[in-house]
Each structure stands twice: as structure tokens, then as C-alpha cells.
Design a protein around this ligand. Structure first.
Ligand code: FAD
Length: 659
């Protein structure tokens, strides 16, 4: 069994990162100029890393498949970004952010990494403010905060419901500055299709120019993957349509172990599936749980309109079951509770697979505060409602507008209907403390790595992690590897390893395009998504997972015999791109089910029906599963498990309670 070395520095939690930064080997400025770094991805993780490493003096080549780095999936992030600034004076601290994250992840994350994340969180806000990111502010000018699930403090910084967009514009500006200076070469509309490994080290990539279809070879002394998450393996998810696993999967096939692949986050507040025609689901930000109340009727199969159901006939089930956190329990808990109510027959809407998210109380509360502010004595109910709506509009207006556009219902007047949907993947490429994968010289950042979130990510922590990785972690940890590479000259791309890797990529494309079958790529993707959702989704059991593995294998076989890809390969061909990505999802899906099958415990988002407490909560088995499950690729459908044992020196794992 390979021994995984997580390279956690010695010392107390508080000392580790500070000491690491002061002792990590450095690369002098002259040597930096001759070291080349490839970065795949220009979302928050990739753009921040590219800008920071180029600013340090390295030669950076950055790749993305969109037409501009500004279109990375990160732009979709709505609700906010966490940081332990304690601006609210409500008891926050680095330790509390660290503790909340470890507990929120159900004790399946590494303490040292999470502590570092909490430590650098404040720097991120300062960095972004300096870039001009327009975070929401209080009247007096201070940055404003709101709450997200799994915490009892307000530590989430936000820019209305468009935090990801504003943060990405900040990172993009920093990146473009380096493009202007000539230190970053940007390759948009390029898809990485394999990693080149020479003498055991990552030395470059093969990328396809998506406009011309031409394959290109690119050398780098190191390769960073910041290629995002793989939630789209479920077909329907809140992710951008293009999000995929290809870069990470190709790296996995070249020796990078995959960590906790089955850890998927199902977000509780999404617009419910409305039919067979959909290719995408829409998130209603978790920020809405700050003020919205979630409920279902107390009577099964109640068909009355929500406004006709009196208060005492409503079940505010999160407030009832979890009084300490109420509507702000973590996502895994809220999602399971919604499913439980709907499965028991209390769901609402046409499909009965939805619950209400209601703003009536918040509108009234804000309206009264507003009346007081304006010194309005005895305001009418109508005045209160109007003023309350204005406040809600200011805080969440774009989200309400989006909901109305999609459902044609006005959420100021009638509660929104929501249901859980696939949203984020905690699993990803296994990395050590330096963010290096098991292939020397290959790193993974942002959602692409198995990350600091354990078995469940807390809201507003993905943006924090992606930017921590890019702005504040990788600029230091790269020195540890690159200081030993200063004598390595750029390897010419006619080296046999480049030639051979490109040949394999070409063969794969030829194989796909020549199948000329009768079923579309989407046909296979949809089928895979359904298997994954039904059997490796919100609830998992041995029978279902075993069936899923064999169903995925048959589907994969059928795909390679019968997929139809119109058009040619030497042109812009989105169907060909999709086919390559779905081929990789068809292999990943099997690994996810195998991982879920082997982990015979429930933890965070991984809910095994055979491992639950009497009141239906996830029941961990720390004696047997307190580890990161790390999988080595051994051939299609063949994987070997390696375990990174998790040690908790500071926070002692206990049954997670939000009651
Ligand atoms: C609707 C929605 C709302 C969210 N809201 C929040 C929030 O409020 N707060 C929060 O903390 N998190 C939120 N998240 C999660 C968060 O947005 C993501 O986890 C995060 O943005 C991922 O950033 P990233 O840089 O790792 O990847 P991405 O932003 O997904 O970027 C991936 C990059 O990799 C490139 N790429 C991928 N594959 C290849 C390839 N093979 N070749 C070349 N390039 C490639 C892409 O072009 C892109 O540039 C939200 C997620 C969703 C879906």
C-alpha cells in the first residue's frame, strides 16, 4: 500500500503555517523568470493563482475552455464568502471558523489545512477590497455581513447576490494586468486533454484548440489544475453547463489519486425539477435562509394555497427539529430534512417534491424596523409590507427576480417552492499540505482538489478556499518544489513523452468521432445522471450502489458503441467536447459509487441508510472510517484504495448536533 504523505508541518496548529512560511525554500527572482508554470482553469482558484505567481515573477500559461476567463463557473456564486474578521463583534475568531468548518464537514477534513484556511480568510477580504470588489457595506461604511448555514455568527461578506461575479472580476483584473505585462499567456477556448509526465514528474499538457480542433503541446516545470468541480456527473445540477471532470480525471489516470469521490453536496434551496426537458437546475442562494422560513403543511397532501394555510397548521420543521440553528442548519442536514418531509407526503407544488421558503415574516419584521427608523407611528399593515419589501429587495432583489422569471410566481407575495439539488463536490484530487497531488509537480486548487470541507462544505466557504489556495497558499508552497527545479531547462515539446501523449489523445478523439452511432451524447449523460441521483444521491444503500456500478458499466459500453457525434474534429464542435467529458463522467461515476459502497458509515452529505441515528441523523463510524479514502487508478473500472488516516489533536470528533 502506498504511504500517503500529507506533509503536515510540525508544531501546534497556530504555529504550523507561520513557521512553514518562514522556512519554506525560496526561488530567487532571476530563477523565477526561467521557471514556467501551466495553470488549467481561470475561475477564482486559477485566476488568483495565475495572477499571484506571475506577480512573483514566474512565467505562467493559463488555460480555460470558455471564450474568456470571466466566464468561469465561479461567476455564478451568489451568496458570499466567509472570513473570520469578527466585524460584528459576535464572538467570531480564527478558531471558531476552523471549528465550524471541521464540525460542518463531519470530522472528515484535515485539521492543519482547515486552520490555515481560517487564518488566511481575513487576508482574502483585504486583498479583494484593495482590488475594488464592491462588498456590501453598512451605512457607516463598514463591510456588511450575513449568516450562512452551520454557524451562529455573521461572517459572510457579500456583494448582493453576485459575490462570485464581483470576486471573479477582481481576480480577472489582476490576471489581465499580468497578461498586459507579458508574464501570463492566456489560452482561452483551449481544453486540456492530458497531462505529460516525464520521469515521474508533471511536465506539461496536451490541449485542444476548441476553435480549430488542433492539438497543442505545452511544457511547464509544474502543472496546476484549478478546473473546478464535477457535480455535472449527475446531469442535473446547479453547476454551469460546461463544468466537468476531464482535467482532473486525466490527471487521475496519470497517477494522481482521487480523494473521497463520493462526497457530494446537495444544496437544499434550489428551484425544483419541473420536467424531463431540463438540462440545468437553478440555485436560490443559501443567503435566503438568513431571513426566509422553511415550512410544509402539517397535513399530508394538503392542496390549499400557502396563504390559505393558517400559522398553526404549518410545520416549520427545521425550527422544530433544530432549535439552536433553526433555518440555518448546514446544507446536508437541511436537504435531508426536506427529503424526509416530502417522502412522508407533506411536499407541496404539483410534483409534491418541494417545500416552502417564506419571506412573509421577514417582510413584516423589516417593515416595522423601517417604520421605526422613519419615526412613523401607527403605520398601516400595507405600509409595513411595502417598506419591508423594499428592504428585502435591497438585500436579495436579484434572486427574487430570478425566481420570478423562472417560475412566473412573485416570491414577495407567495412563498418560493424549493427542493435540494446537486451543487458542489467535496471530493477531488487528493493533495498534501502543499496542494500537490501524488504526481510530483502536479498541483490541484479550488473545487478540483478534495479540499478542506470534509464530507460537507459550509456555505460561503468554497470561494474562501479557492481564493486562499490561489492568492495565499500556492505562492508559498510552490517554492518548496520549484527551488529544486532551477537547474531543469525547458523540455522541448518534441520529447517522446509529448509525442506519445498527444498520439493517445488523438486516438481517443478518432475513436469517439468514428463511432457514428444513433444516440446523442445527452442521452447517455441523462441516463448516467439518473442512475447517480437515484442510487448515489441524497440517500445511499448497498443494494442501490451495487446495481449502479453494473448499470454504469453497461451504459459505458453502450456509449462507446452507439454514441453519435455530428460534425468533424478539425472545427468548432461542442458535441465532440461534450462527448469527451461524458466519457470521463462514465468512468468517474463508477468510482463514486465504489467509494460510497465501501464507506459503510454516514457522514455529512454521504448518507448511508444503514447508518443513521434513531432520529434519522447521519451516524459516523470513527473507529473504522476516520480517513480520507484515496483511490489509485489501475485501469478502466479498476481502483486501489489508499487511506490517509485523519488525526484530531484539537477538535475531538463527536456526534454532530445542531439542536
Ligand atoms: C450556483 C452556484 C452558486 C454558488 N454560490 C457560492 C457562494 O455564494 N459562496 C461560495 O463560497 N461558493 C459558492 N458556490 C461554489 C463556488 O462557486 C465554486 O466552488 C467555485 O467558484 C469553484 O471555483 P474554481 O476556481 O475551483 O472552479 P471554476 O470556477 O469552476 O473554474 C474552472 C476553470 O477551469 C477551466 N477548465 C475546466 N476544465 C478544463 C480543461 N479540461 N481544460 C481547460 N480549462 C478547463 C474552466 O474553463 C474554468 O476556467 C456556488 C456554486 C454554484 C453552482
Amino acid at each position: 500500500m502506498t504511504k500517503l504523505n500529507s506533509k503536515i508541518p510540525e508544531g501546534t496548529l497556530e504555529e504550523k503555517w507561520t513557521k512553514y512560511k518562514s522556512t519554506v525554500p525560496l526561488v530567487n527572482p532571476a530563477n523565477k523568470r526561467s521557471l514556467e508554470i501551466i495553470i488549467v482553469g481561470s475561475g477564482l482558484a486559477g485566476a488568483s493563482a495565475a495572477a499571484s505567481l506571475a506577480e512573483l515573477g514566474y512565467k505562467v500559461k493559463c488555460f480555460c475552455f470558455q471564450d474568456s476567463p470571466r466566464r468561469a463557473h465561479s461567476i455564478a456564486a451568489q451568496g458570499g464568502i466567509n472570513a473570520a474578521k469578527n466585524y460584528q463583534n459576535d464572538g467570531d475568531s480564527v478558531y471558531r471558523l476552523f471549528y465550524d468548518t471541521i464540525k460542518g464537514g463531519d470530522y472528515r477534513a484535515r485539521e492543519a489545512n482547515v486552520y490555515r484556511l481560517a487564518e488566511v480568510s481575513s487576508n482574502i477580504i483585504d486583498q479583494c477590497v484593495a482590488q475594488g470588489v464592491p462588498f456590501a457595506r453598512e451605512y457607516g461604511g463598514y463591510l456588511s455581513n450575513r449568516s450562512f448555514g452551520g454557524t451562529q455568527v455573521q461572517r459572510t461578506f457579500y456583494a448582493a447576490g453576485q459575490t462570485g461575479q464581483q470576486l471573479l472580476l477582481g481576480a480577472y483584473s489582476a490576471l489581465e494586468r499580468q497578461v498586459g505585462l507579458g508574464t501570463v499567456t492566456m489560452h482561452s477556448r483551449h481544453e486540456m486533454l492530458d497531462v505529460v509526465v516525464i520521469d515521474g514528474k508533471a511536465r506539461g499538457i496536451i490541449a485542444r484548440d476548441l476553435i480549430t480542433g488542433k492539438l497543442e503541446r505545452h511544457f511547464g516545470h509544474a502543472v496546476l489544475l484549478a478546473s473546478g468541480g464535477y457535480g455535472n456527473v449527475f446531469y442535473l445540477s446547479t453547476n454551469a453547463m460546461g463544468s466537468n471532470v476531464t482535467a482532473a480525471w486525466k490527471a487521475h489516470k496519470k497517477g494522481a489519486f482521487f480523494g473521497n469521490p463520493c462526497f457530494t453536496q446537495i444544496h437544499p434551496t434550489c428551484i425544483p425539477v419541473s420536467g424531463d426537458h431540463q438540462s440545468k437546475l437553478t440555485l436560490m442562494s443559501e443567503s435566503l435562509r438568513n431571513d426566509g422560513r422553511i415550512w410544509v403543511p402539517k397535513k399530508q397532501g394538503d392542496t390549499r394555497k400557502p396563504k390559505d394555510i393558517p400559522e398553526d397548521e404549518r410545520d416549520y420543521y427545521l425550527e422544530r427539529r433544530y432549535p439552536a440553528f433553526g433555518n440555518l442548519v448546514p446544507r446536508d442536514v437541511a436537504s435531508r430534512a426536506a427529503k424526509e418531509r416530502c417522502d412522508a407526503g407533506y411536499g407541496v407544488g404539483a410534483s409534491k417534491m418541494a417545500v416552502y421558503l417564506d419571506y412573509t415574516a421577514a417582510i413584516e419584521r423589516y417593515g416595522k424596523v423601517q417604520a421605526n427608523k422613519l419615526n412613523l407611528h401607527n403605520p398601516t399593515a400595507q405600509q409595513i409590507t411595502e417598506m419591508g419589501k423594499d428592504v428585502v429587495k435591497e438585500k436579495y432583489g436579484n434572486l427574487f427576480e430570478m425566481y420570478e422569471k423562472i417560475t412566473d410566481e412573485n416570491p414577495y407575495e407567495t412563498p418560493m417552492r424549493i427542493y435540494p439539488a446537486v451543487h458542489y463536490t467535496m471530493g477531488g484530487l487528493w493533495v498534501d499540505y502543499d496542494l500537490m497531488t501524488t504526481v510530483p509537480g502536479m498541483y490541484a486548487l479550488g473545487e478540483a482538489n478534495f479540499s478542506d470541507h470534509g464530507a460537507n462544505r459550509l456555505g460561503a466557504s468554497a470561494l474562501m478556499q479557492g481564493l486562499a489556495d490561489g492568492y495565499f497558499v500556492i505562492p508559498y508552497t510552490m517554492g518548496s518544489y520549484l527551488s529544486n527545479e532551477i537547474r531543469t531547462k525547458a523540455i522541448p515539446t518534441d520529447h517522446p513523452a509529448f509525442v506519445e501523449t498527444e498520439k493517445k489523445v488523438q486516438e481517443n478523439i478518432d475513436r469517439l468521432i468514428n463511432i457514428k452511432g444513433s444516440k446523442s451524447v445527452d442521452y447517455f449523460h441523462k441516463k448516467l445522471g439518473k442512475i447517480m441521483w437515484d442510487k448515489c444521491g441524497m440517500a445511499r444503500n448497498e443494494k442501490g450502489l451495487t446495481e449502479a456500478i453494473s448499470e454504469i458499466r453497461s451504459l459505458r459500453e453502450e456509449f462507446w458503441k452507439n454514441v453519435r457525434i455530428p460534425g468533424g474534429q478539425n472545427e468548432f464542435n461542442p458535441e465532440l467536447e461534450k462527448a469527451g467529458r461524458v466519457a470521463d463522467f462514465l468512468e468517474l461515476g463508477e468510482l463514486m459509487c465504489k467509494d460510497a459502497l465501501h464507506r459503510k458509515e454516514s457522514c455529512g452529505g454521504h448518507f448511508r441508510e444503514d447508518s443513521q441515528t434513531e432520529d434519522g441523523e447521519a451516524k459516523r463510524d470513527d473507529d473504522n472510517f476516520c480517513y480520507v479514502a484515496t483511490w489509485e487508478h489501475k485501469g478502466v473500472g479498476e481502483f486501489e484504495l489508499h487511506k490517509e488516516e485523519l488525526k484530531f489533536d484539537v477538535v475531538h470528533p463527536s456526534q454532530r448536533s445542531y439542536k
